[in-house]
Design a protein around this ligand. Sequence first.
Ligand code: URA
Length: 242
Amino acid sequence: MRLDKFLVDCGLGSRSEVKKILKSKQVTVNGQVETSPKRQIDENADQIAVSGQVLQHENFVYYLLNKPKGVISATQDDRHRTVLDLLDETARLKEVFPVGRLDIDTHGLLLLTNNGPLAHALLSPKKHVDKLYQAKVAGIMTDQDVEKFHQGIELKDFNCQPADLELVEVDEKENSSLVRITIREGKFHQVKRMVAACGKEVTDLQRLRMGPLVLDENLKIGKFRRLTQEELMSLEAFGVEL
Ligand code: URA
């Protein structure tokens, strides 16, 4: 493959950023400085280094996105921007996709990867992966609602598994509540429908956690970053090749 593609794949930046790095003579191929983006390399045999650090070619990539409202959790859409539009060229080249869906008006943590088996494991109902949401609710959520969530709410088309509802703040004057909800499944509009089953309405929904992955407070809305080594290690528990 071309050297510039290899460097983009390794997350060094876009093609034009990589070109600049090459020009500044920081890249070596088997110990020799290389400045041409067109140089053909064998990613399995040649040793590529940047500022002396040897790079490994990645098959799989992992992105943590703080999804904003107004974008769709899909790879393509005729009418709306998708979460892929918020990522970089590498993500599109590597054909990443969102692991599960957030509604268009939900914001917060979304994992994107091209690792199919990992996505499958995280979404499998058998693995009971916790998803933690924070919801603003029109109406007062009560201890009875907490109990109802624990019992397992019955919706029209399915019975929810027991879920946790934590009352964070209840504002009687404003007739609103701030709650945290943990579910272990991911049915269509599940959180909104569970709250609606208690006679109240979600007015804002944010995902804070999915399994071991936590929404990074330093990640502004609409921004993404690669998973850290520690986060990747936390996914090893799912028993798939990373
Ligand atoms: N539950 C919902 O209702 N919407 C989401 O986006 C995620 C969970």
